[in-house]
Design a protein around this ligand. Structure first.
Ligand SMILES: Cc1cc2nc3c(=O)[nH]c(=O)nc-3n(C[C@H](O)[C@H](O)[C@H](O)COP(=O)(O)O)c2cc1C
Length: 215
């Protein structure tokens, strides 16, 4: 059967997003939506998964899926390898964008802002909470670098496991968290006949200004 992408479309009729439902603080509202997504989305969708877009030194965008691991007044926290492509891109250009898509809720949230490295003590605490295999993997995997083979990765993991046999595994300096400090947050709620709701928050002089955008 030929794949007919042009005919694939869904009408979004679940709910609207009225101005009266909007909170003044978009991070509080994002927290509400995240909780509702966690309670509603079915596996394999992970409610805390998102697309993170970064830009390289040539101005080219790069996008990949990551897991959101924390939400605070300071911003949105995620983890990875500081030497990875995204790590290098964020060091050179801290501007980044995140997109969350929750299909069961017919919702999207877009968040833009600047990314700063997370306080090392918080990275340590999260690293220590990870399962053993993940902690070993953070040492063993040179994320984003070219590998000779799958076997070479497995052998690096084996060597790392031997190195830390019966020893505590500290957080590698090249692995840790980042915090995206939001400057713009957009809530999108699918509506019937493509008349979707879009509420857009922008940070102006330390306060959030909200407006409604055309779909
Ligand atoms: C569901 C899912 C969750 C992921 N979570 C993370 C994560 O939290 N941190 C991370 O560094 N990579 C995560 N990845 C892998 C990234 O998509 C990506 O391959 C990796 O970070 C390397 O990207 P880079 O080469 O652009 O730095 C995840 C991938 C998927 C599909």
């Amino acid at each position: 059967m030929p794949l007919s992408l042009a005919e694939m479309r869904r009408n979004y009729t679940l709910q609207g997003l009225q101005d009266e439902q909007a909170l003044d603080d978009p991070l509080a509202m994002f927290g509400q939506w995240l909780q509702q997504a966690r309670d509603t989305e079915q596996p394999p969708v992970e409610a805390n998964s998102m697309m993170l877009a970064t830009v390289d030194s040539a101005g080219r965008p790069h996008c990949r899926v990551l897991l959101l691991k924390g939400l605070s007044d300071a911003g949105l926290i995620f983890f990875g390898n500081y030497h990875s492509d995204k790590g290098q891109q964020l060091t050179a250009n801290p501007h980044a964008a995140m997109t969350f898509f929750w299909p069961a809720m017919e919702r999207q949230v877009r968040i833009e802002g600047q990314v700063v490295p997370l306080d090392p003590a918080l990275s340590d605490a999260y690293f220590d909470s990870r399962p053993l295999a993940s902690r070993l993997g953070a040492w063993a995997s040179p994320q984003s670098r070219m590998l000779a083979s799958r076997a070479s990765l497995e052998s690096m993991l084996e060597q790392t496991a031997q190195r830390f046999l019966d020893q505590p595994i500290p957080r590698p300096e090249h692995w840790g968290g980042w915090c995206l400090q939001p400057e713009r947050v957009e809530f999108w709620q699918g509506r019937a006949d493509r008349l979707h709701d879009r509420l857009d928050y922008r940070l102006l002089n330390g306060g959030w200004c909200r407006s409604r955008l055309a779909p």
